[in-house]
Design a protein around this ligand. Structure first.
Ligand code: HEM
Length: 332
């Protein structure tokens, strides 16, 4: 039997294959364990309780073939050790533009040329490229910046809950989970408070862009407005530096190397996007899990010192990134 990074490959593909832990933004047909079952793993019904299905995959077919909406084949890997093996295996890459053949690249979903800086962000880079960007960003994420975030997060949380108390009811996502990360990220970056409502709008449109096949088209005007705004912000901070993360990113220098304007744009986009959806989903999932486990909830209420381990466990129990996209291709 062929193996991928030491993982048994029951499908027996003998060609290079795109692989692995994928983020599905479209209905995906999953060819069943017996070859006859099909499941839409992005449907709300499936997402409401995907765990029995994953448990069955883990037990019976740990490397599972799926068809993407654009007809590409991918594998769904569900066992912890296998996932760790893939993540550590350098034959799996993040940067698809470096590993796919021109023919395969031609079949990739269309992305306007002007959006390429967003696509080439640090999250989708490998090796030396990734190390370089990481080292530069690291310079801006100082302990002082992180500590300031903590204080501000606490005070914003109190403010949001004061408003809820006055109203006597709340929509958790709208009134807390969404405004918290977007406001904090906008503030840390140095976005003018008068423009923050635009940031909320742009964050939402980024989610629309990845939520369906036509999402990108629908979100085009908003994404372009976001890019124009950030480029203007970068240029204004180049001219007049301030005490904010954009200025720090502009000034970050490692061995004479600096981030280009496109790289700065990509980094701002990544911070907004990576820090946003994850946090919203974690707050939502965690609250739901606690409400569904009243004894654990009560324990936590009585002993807030348990909070740190509770957050770890809630991340594990029903994680905000159900299937993080990751790997690419490997010769088997
Ligand atoms: C509950 C909250 C969060 C979770 C669960 C989470 C999870 C993750 C995961 C799993 C990755 C790796 C993805 C991969 O390699 O495919 C990642 C990367 C990243 N996240 Fe988060 N994240 C969270 C919040 C944030 C926040 C608040 C920010 C910043 C504002 C952020 C910024 C980033 C960045 C910049 C990367 C890329 C790191 C690199 O490539 O070296 N994340 N996150």
């Amino acid at each position: 039997m062929a193996t991928v990074g030491g993982i048994a490959n029951p499908t027996g593909f003998a060609i290079p294959i795109e692989c692995a832990i994928l983020h599905f933004s479209e209905p995906v047909l999953v060819f069943g364990l017996s070859g006859s079952m099909s499941v839409n793993i992005t449907s709300p019904v499936f997402k409401a309780d995907p765990f029995p299905f994953y448990a069955r995959l883990r037990a019976e077919t740990p490397v599972f073939t799926v068809k993407l909406p654009d007809k590409r084949t991918a594998w769904l890997i569900t066992r912890y050790d296998d996932v760790v093996a893939v993540l550590k295996d350098e034959r799996f890459a993040k940067d698809r533009f470096k590993v796919l053949s021109p023919g395969q690249l031609a079949k990739q979903p269309w992305i306007p040329e002007s959006f390429m800086p967003l696509v080439h962000n640090m999250l989708d880079r490998d090796g030396a490229d990734h190390v370089r960007l990481r080292a530069l960003v690291h310079k801006a994420f100082t302990p002082r910046v992180v500590e300031q975030m903590r204080l501000r997060i606490e005070s914003l949380t109190n403010k949001l809950f004061d408003a809820v108390e006055r109203r006597g009811k709340m929509d958790l996502i709208r009134d807390f989970a969404l405004p918290l990360p977007t406001t904090i990220i906008a503030e840390v970056l140095g976005v003018d408070p008068r423009d923050r409502h635009k940031f909320h709008r742009w964050s939402s449109s980024m989610l629309v862009a990845t939520s369906s096949k036509w999402g990108l088209l629908r979100a085009l005007p908003q994404i372009m407005a976001f890019m124009r705004y950030i480029r203007k912000l970068i240029r204004s901070r180049c001219a007049v530096p301030r005490d904010d993360l954009i200025t720090m990113l502009i000034q970050a220098e490692e061995s004479g190397d600096k981030l280009s304007e496109d790289e700065l744009l990509a980094m701002v986009f990544l911070l907004l996007f990576a820090g946003h959806e994850t946090t919203v989903n974690l707050i939502g999932n965690a609250t739901l899990a606690l409400l569904g486990h009243p004894r654990e909830f009560e324990k936590l209420r009585r002993d807030p010192a348990l909070m740190k381990s509770a957050v770890e466990e809630l991340l594990r129990f029903d994680g905000p990134l159900e299937t993080p996209r990751s790997a690419l291709r490997v010769r088997i």
